[in-house]
Design a protein around this ligand. Structure first.
Ligand SMILES: NC(=O)c1ccc[n+]([C@@H]2O[C@H](COP(=O)([O-])OP(=O)(O)OC[C@H]3O[C@@H](n4cnc5c(N)ncnc54)[C@H](OP(=O)(O)O)[C@@H]3O)[C@@H](O)[C@H]2O)c1
Length: 332
């Protein structure tokens, strides 16, 4: 089968697209015929070696997948040949990745794809959808009527946060880097959109808080968080959700943090149990089925273009190019 793999971590040019064996299916695994895969920043960190993980020799890159069940292992229940499925959390902790024509995946990481939802959409919303859901609900305890702020309302995670927060009955404030992206964020359900390249975002959020209400849940997607800006803008018992910026060491204003009963919560989606991820996925499925969640796709490529896809993701997530809205999806 065709696959995008690396033999050594390093630059995007280390990605080869070539032929590898179709994986053997273990008793509790499902063999998925790939319909689409999506790129995530973590794919690029693992490929580059910046995040060090134990990798299978000849490591197939990628976490997300959507496709059709080709065969099932002897101990699999609940999945059958021909069923459409999606999943995430692959290519991590020694598991093989998804950027191939077939992937053998433990059944605990797979979910049925709702009728009417295409493979590209299901793949695009996989890791980012689960991440947004875990951050807002499991970790952030979002309540109806609260105010959510997220940076990057048309980014991979941000676009999912906007839609999920809106679906949960929150007021959503977000930032974007262009006027076109402002329109996209509004279409996704944001109530108040700030163009961070045109105006000072800290001042604009502060003005929103002064005119309306403080922020109950701040979902920080930036790799350089600014607690000095965020903490004074949070409501009493507000939650500051941190999920990016491994090397960030910002100053932290303790006074306004504790006197307002605030909570800072860090999380990485891949730490969530299979059951926690399934609960998030079930909810995402309901929202996709009734049109409240439409994963945002900014670029469609072929599996042959896996190296260009990593390059584009890095230019945007690491270098702030601003040339991408939402997800990059690849088809075999
Ligand atoms: N902890 C976890 O479980 C987890 C899971 C997924 C991702 N992550 C991390 O979360 C981060 C975001 O991931 P992603 O997939 O959403 O990346 P992404 O698709 O590249 O999105 C990045 C977003 O940041 C916005 N942005 C960049 N500079 C900004 C600034 N100065 N002010 C406001 N917004 C700015 C971009 O806006 P414009 O395009 O409009 O410029 C874009 O929307 C990455 O660091 C990733 O590694 C963590």
């Amino acid at each position: 089968m065709k696959a995008a793999f690396i033999d050594d971590t390093g630059p995007v040019t280390n990605i080869c697209v070539g032929s590898v064996d179709v994986p053997a299916v273990q008793p509790r695994q499902v063999l998925v015929r790939t319909g689409a895969v999506a790129v995530n920043p973590i794919d690029t960190y693992v490929r580059s070696g910046n995040v060090k993980l134990e990798l299978p020799a000849r490591y197939i890159v990628g976490c997300d997948i959507a496709g059709t069940v080709e065969s099932v292992g002897a101990d699999v229940s609940g999945f059958s040949v021909g069923q459409r499925v999606w999943g995430s959390n692959q290519g991590l902790f020694g598991r093989q990745g998804t950027f191939a024509e077939f992937a053998a995946i433990d059944q605990c990481w797979l979910y049925p794809t709702p009728d009417g939802v295409g493979d590209e959409d299901a793949a695009a919303g996989a890791l980012t959808g689960i991440t947004a859901h875990l951050g807002l609900h499991l970790h952030g305890g979002l309540q109806q009527g609260e105010v959510v702020f997220v940076n990057g309302g048309t980014g991979g995670v941000g676009s999912a946060v906007v839609q999920l927060a809106r679906a949960a009955g929150a007021t959503v404030v977000t930032t974007v880097g262009s006027e076109l992206k402002r329109q996209t964020a509004l279409q996704l359900g944001a109530d108040h959109v700030i163009n961070y390249r045109e105006e000072d975002a800290a001042t604009a959020i502060s003005n929103f808080v002064a005119e309306h209400r403080p922020i109950n849940l701040w979902f920080e997607t930036l790799r350089s968080p600014s607690p000095d800006v965020t903490i004074p803008l949070l409501a009493k018992r507000g939650r500051y959700v941190l999920m990016a910026g491994r090397d960030a060491r910002p100053e932290f204003p303790v006074g306004p943090f504790y006197v307002n009963d605030l909570r800072a919560i860090g999380f990485a989606m891949f730490n969530a149990s299979a059951e926690e991820q399934r609960m998030a996925a079930d909810d995402l499925n309901s929202l996709m089925a009734d049109g409240q969640l439409r994963p945002l796709i900014g670029k469609r490529l072929s599996l042959d273009d896996a190296a260009s896809a990593h390059q584009l993701q890095e230019e945007n997530t690491l270098m702030g190019a601003g040339t991408l809205s939402g997800k990059i999806v690849l088809t075999p």
